[in-house]
Write a protein that binds this ligand. Structure first.
Ligand code: ATP
Ligand code: MG
Length: 397
């Protein structure tokens, strides 16, 4: 009898010809997530429709916690694996049931059922019959038990496969999605707000590898604003494969120049366009094919259709806005779940809120934007900002 972790995945199994590539990325991301735990990396094997990880020499708790943040994982099930033979299967089923029962009060009857699957048809007993045999066997227990097919508290699952039979009674959900790096790379425009880290998480979930850029306006924004962005990156790091690269880009000179030379109502539009230009240059260096922002529709003046369009025209890159379709309350719920909300909620001075005009243009016109930008030394400003970029690899504390 050996302890293993069954790793169930979703969509990667559907990727036809690319499947091998997806699987390789997935295994790499799982290994990344386990790096740093004491001991040698456990083996991870592929079986039909599953990955299996050795838990004999590994503590299940930390492994489950870490793999629970690897995109692509749909469910984790610590299981016992035995030879596919009725006696051994009964023993394994009993043991996983007893381990699960430890969490229920001994004073009352616990409802359970057995759910078997026979993937290996050479096994002589079909799944219905196996359910019945195992159910009857498990009922002979010191604990008070009751079979309940419709509303069980514990489901003892048994899978009979070619390489052996697995039994488990506890499962843990994974985040789903696709393994990070299987969909290419993007640059996340990471402010200190609530939205952009959530947007980053959503794009990581679809397999995008991310680097982040954060714009700062020393001395108008403080060291704490920078710490906040870095802490957000640290919070995203476990989801991103362990670390998140952050480019800290100076934005003060650009903002000054915009304020001194351009109409105030276009300030936000022009700042965003400059952010996109800097981010595009960083994407070129990083080999990234998209920008990711926390922009939404209709939240603020800079998020009308016209405004989003004019901002995006500053760059040729594809712009992903994963939050379109989410309400603020949904974004906040997700921010709490993924551990970024409390960091975003810290008070801070945003580099943009400092220079936001009282009446920003909700429908900036292309010609007006072009005229305003003609008054800026664009290449020099861009070059200066890029030259001042500091890059940090943020890892969880
Ligand atoms: P967030 O909560 O992410 O700050 P928001 O709802 O406040 O978003 P805006 O302030 O209009 O919206 O910013 C829109 C997007 O522009 C942000 O989601 C982020 O992607 C990008 N952005 C804004 N400020 C910065 C910054 N200082 N550094 C990097 N990106 C930024
Ligand atoms: Mg903001």
């Amino acid at each position: 009898m050996n302890r293993v972790l069954l790793i169930k995945f979703g969509e990667i199994g559907l990727k036809g010809g690319n499947r091998r590539f997806f699987e390789r990325v997935f295994i790499q991301r799982m290994k990344d997530a386990l790096t740093g735990l004491p001991g040698e990396l456990p083996w991870i094997k592929r079986t039909r429709g599953r990955f299996v990880l050795d838990l004999e020499h590994w503590p299940a708790g930390p492994v489950i916690e870490r793999l629970g943040r690897v995109f692509g994982v749909v469910e984790l099930a610590p299981a016992l694996v035995v030879t596919a033979e009725l006696g051994a299967i009964s023993g394994a089923a009993r043991q996983v049931l007893e381990e699960a029962l430890a969490e229920y009060p001994a004073a009352r009857a616990v409802r359970f059922r057995v759910a078997s699957r026979r993937a290996d048809k050479r096994f002589p007993v079909n799944s219905m019959e196996l359910n019945r045999i195992l159910g009857a066997h498990l009922l002979q227990s010191d604990r008070e038990l009751k079979v309940d097919l419709h509303d069980p508290e514990i489901t003892v699952e048994v899978e009979v496969r070619e390489e052996g039979a697995y039994a488990y009674a506890r499962t843990y959900p994974g985040p789903g999605g696709l393994p990070v790096g299987s969909s290419g790379k993007g640059i996340l425009l990471l402010s200190g707000g609530i939205d952009s880290p959530v947007a980053g998480w959503m794009s990581l979930k679809r397999g995008l590898e991310l680097e982040a850029v954060h714009f700062q306006s020393f001395p108008f924004t403080s060291e704490r604003a920078q710490d906040k962005a870095l802490d957000l990156a640290r919070a995203l790091a476990p989801w991103a494969g362990g670390t998140m690269r952050v480019h800290l880009a100076p934005f003060t000179a650009i903002q000054r120049s915009i304020r001194e030379n351009c109409p105030g109502e276009l300030g936000v539009t022009l700042m965003r366009r400059m952010m996109f230009r800097v981010a595009e240059a960083l994407a070129g260096r990083a080999g990234a094919g998209a920008l990711v922002t926390g922009e939404n529709l209709g939240q603020v003046a800079s998020q009308t259709l016209e405004s989003l369009a004019v901002i995006a025209e500053a760059s040729d890159l594809l712009v992903l806005r994963p939050l379109v379709g989410m309400d603020k309350t949904e974004i906040i719920d997700l921010a709490r779940r993924i551990g970024t909300f409390d960091i975003s909620a810290r008070p801070y001075e945003d580099c943009c809120s400092l220079f936001v005009p009282r009446h920003p243009a909700t429908r900036p016109r292309r010609e007006a934007v072009a005229r305003a930008e003609a008054r800026l030394a664009l290449p020099a400003l861009l070059e200066q900002a890029l030259a001042g970029v500091k890059t940090v690899d943020a890892a969880p504390r």
